[in-house]
Design a protein around this ligand. Structure first.
Ligand SMILES: Nc1nc2c(ncn2[C@@H]2O[C@H](COP(=O)(O)OP(=O)(O)O[C@H]3O[C@H](CO)[C@@H](O)[C@H](O)[C@@H]3O)[C@@H](O)[C@H]2O)c(=O)[nH]1
Ligand SMILES: [Mg+2]
Length: 202
């Protein structure tokens, strides 16, 4: 999943060895590679990469009502790193598994929020944590009909317990400033919506 092309694309990088450190749930590898610095000198480096595949997310919005639909769920990695209670607000998102990004985000949006997405706009693709995590996240926006909003839930067998929240767009923007919204993809998509997307004012 890490690379769909060969790792000889950059002549300044020569991969020497890849070790599998853990594959308990997702995959942690340690790679040794030679790297040529800008001054021409070669050094040998090691980097660990955490590979959980790629993901997709969508900002669901309703311009008529001036709202967005977000999810809230317990995220242990943020809880262990100082978030007050780990109940984290995010745009609906999921891993691609074997699907293409559009198919995956339609599936996840329905599972997590009950919304069946019609028109889907691709906004950008981002590397979420480029020093350590391989993930590329495909980011979308789509209108939703408030009548479609479900109870949420996610997949109980996978331990998911997802609450669906409808927020006024202006309130969501304020929650970035208060820290109540602290998820990178969600902040990026809300700011895009204000600057260039459905809630731009120019
Ligand atoms: N047992 C077990 N289950 C896990 C583990 N890690 C994840 N899971 C389960 O696998 C589910 C994956 O759910 P998805 O909806 O497919 O993925 P996601 O966790 O929401 O990920 C999305 O959001 C992330 C955070 O922004 C993104 O990083 C990711 O790309 C994706 O878009 C989680 O909800 C959880 O139930 C683990 O280590 N052990
Ligand atoms: Mg999810």
């Amino acid at each position: 999943m890490t690379s769909s092309t060969s790792l000889s694309r950059n002549p300044r990088v020569r991969v020497r060895n890849v070790e599998l450190l853990s594959s308990a749930w997702y995959v942690l590898r340690r790679t040794t590679f030679d790297y040529q610095h800008r001054d021409g000198r070669w050094t040998t480096e090691q980097r660990e990469t955490y590979d959980r595949g790629n993901g997709a997310t969508v900002l669901l919005y309703d311009t008529a009502g001036g709202t967005v639909l977000l999810t809230r769920q317990f995220r242990y990695p943020v809880y262990v790193n100082d978030h007050p209670d780990g109940m984290f607000l995010e745009t609906t998102a999921g891993l691609l598994d074997t699907d293409d990004p559009e198919t995956a985000i339609r599936r996840e949006a329905q599972e997590e929020t009950g919304v069946r997405i019609g028109a889907l706009e691709h906004v950008f693709d981002v590397y979420t944590s480029p020093g350590s995590v391989t993930e590329r996240l495909h980011c979308y926006a789509a209108p939703y009909d408030p009548a479609d909003r479900g109870e949420g839930g996610g997949i109980a067998d996978e331990g998911e317990d997802i609450e669906v929240l409808e927020l006024r767009f202006e309130d969501a923007l304020k929650m970035i400033e208060t820290g109540e919204i602290a998820d990178a993809k969600t902040i990026m998509l809300l700011q895009w919506a204000a600057l260039r997307g459905p809630f731009r004012t120019d």
